[in-house]
Design a binder for this molecule. Structure first.
Ligand code: HEM
Length: 364
């Protein structure tokens, strides 16, 4: 191919001969070709290509975050790589309607020929999940069986090896733990923040009590119970042993120190030096949310194609996928941080030396 053209040749460079010879419908092998099987194969292949690119971007982010100290410009690079992943995810979502141009009846033309192959065997999808930070013990029991259970030995070994490496969640946790600014000899931000919270909760309690006359006893009881539960939520953040219990129960994945520092970034995001870390954390949430959206959309598509039939990989199909979408989120701790945000006017005032550390100016 392209022997008589000088220099790099388009088809050779992209290895198109090989690539375009990888669509072999099963229906054609056994008899009449089902027209839509080619679409089914190509859509899956395109997904796998993008998964490959996502793993490539993640590998560079993981590499950056493996350093004991990460220079600012590398955080910028990691953020731009994650922003690329977010754009790719938009494409992943947009591909589902293309798949849905195949009707359930057309799918039936070749579906039985696929058994027991299934999306469960997408090793790259599993690798992305694991590299993001989803561990076997974060999964529900039924999901744990499917997670490795449908893979051949080679793929299983690969995923088990990936699980032994540090995930992005592990590395982000370490990076957050190292954040300076919150504690100095003469200043402990967390004590200041705790004081603000206790004043705020006391103010809320006073409002409820002062409104005694206008509230029915039931309404007052309900409001005080809500307040108590807010107080408990906050105390889990301030109390090491309570936080430890949440970690043990799998309700938290970031350490307490990392969580507090992530909260500091969110609270003081307007300070110049925290802008980039804030954008980075936002990217992690966007990626997590986009995968969850994809999982829900894929579950709906499976419902539309299969009704209540089981999947080719043997799961309950739509029900299993819905459960996995609800459960398999990685950066929930970052989403939960909104619970602890307070308005800008209530933010503790930072000492001038810390304020100075958080600032920079472009003298251009
Ligand atoms: C006609 C279209 C499709 C149907 C009916 C369908 C159905 C299913 C079902 C029922 C499952 C659960 C496992 C099983 O029992 O087999 C599953 C899993 C999966 N599918 Fe699809 N799927 C379709 C298209 C796709 C596409 C285009 C992709 C893109 C790569 C994909 C990726 C996956 C992945 C990664 C899983 C594992 C999800 C997990 O365990 O959380 N599927 N699919």
């Amino acid at each position: 191919m392209g022997q008589d053209v000088e220099g790099t040749y388009y088809g050779d460079y992209l290895q198109l001969e090989k690539l375009l010879d990888t669509q072999h419908p099963k229906s054609k092998e056994v008899g009449d070709e089902a027209h839509d099987e080619t679409l089914f194969i190509i859509v899956h292949q395109v997904y796998e290509m993008w998964f490959k690119q996502i793993i490539h971007e993640m590998a560079s982010v993981l590499d950056i975050f493996s350093a004991p100290q990460i220079p600012e410009k590398n955080i910028a690079l990691a953020t731009s790589r994650l922003e690329r992943v977010i754009k790719i995810q938009s494409l992943l979502l947009d591909q589902l309607p293309v798949m849905e141009t195949m009707s359930p009846m057309d799918f039936l033309e070749f579906r039985d020929l696929l058994v027991p192959a299934s999306g469960f065997q997408s090793v790259q999808f599993r690798e992305i999940e694991v590299r993001m930070g989803l561990r076997t013990n974060n999964r529900k029991a039924v999901d744990r069986d499917y997670f490795l259970g449908r893979l051949n030995n080679k793929d299983k070994e690969h995923i088990l090896n990936v699980e032994k490496e540090e995930s992005l969640l592990d590395l982000v946790n370490k990076w957050l733990e190292r954040l300076p600014f919150t504690q100095k000899e003469n200043f402990n931000f967390w004590e200041e923040y705790e004081n603000v919270i206790s004043t705020m909760l006391k103010r809320d309690e006073d409002i409820i009590n002062n409104n005694l006359a206008t509230l029915s006893p039931k309404a007052k009881e309900g409001q005080l119970a809500n307040l108590e539960s807010t107080r408990k939520t906050f105390s889990s953040l301030f109390n090491e042993s309570e936080y430890g219990k949440l970690l043990e129960q799998g309700k938290r994945r970031l350490s307490r120190r990392a969580t507090l520092n992530a909260l500091f970034i969110l609270l003081y995001r307007d300070e110049p030096i925290l802008q980039l870390p804030y954008r980075f954390l936002t990217c992690l949430m966007d990626i997590d949310e986009n995968f969850t959206t994809w999982r829900y959309r894929h579950a709906l598509m499976a419902h539309r194609m299969l009704g209540t039939k089981i999947g080719t990989g043997g799961s309950s199909g739509h029900h299993y996928l819905k459960m996995a979408a609800e459960n398999n989120r990685v950066y929930i701790d970052l989403f939960d941080l909104s619970t602890f945000l307070i308005s800008r006017k209530d933010l503790p005032k930072l000492p001038s030396d810390i304020q100075k550390d958080l600032n920079f100016s472009f003298q251009g």
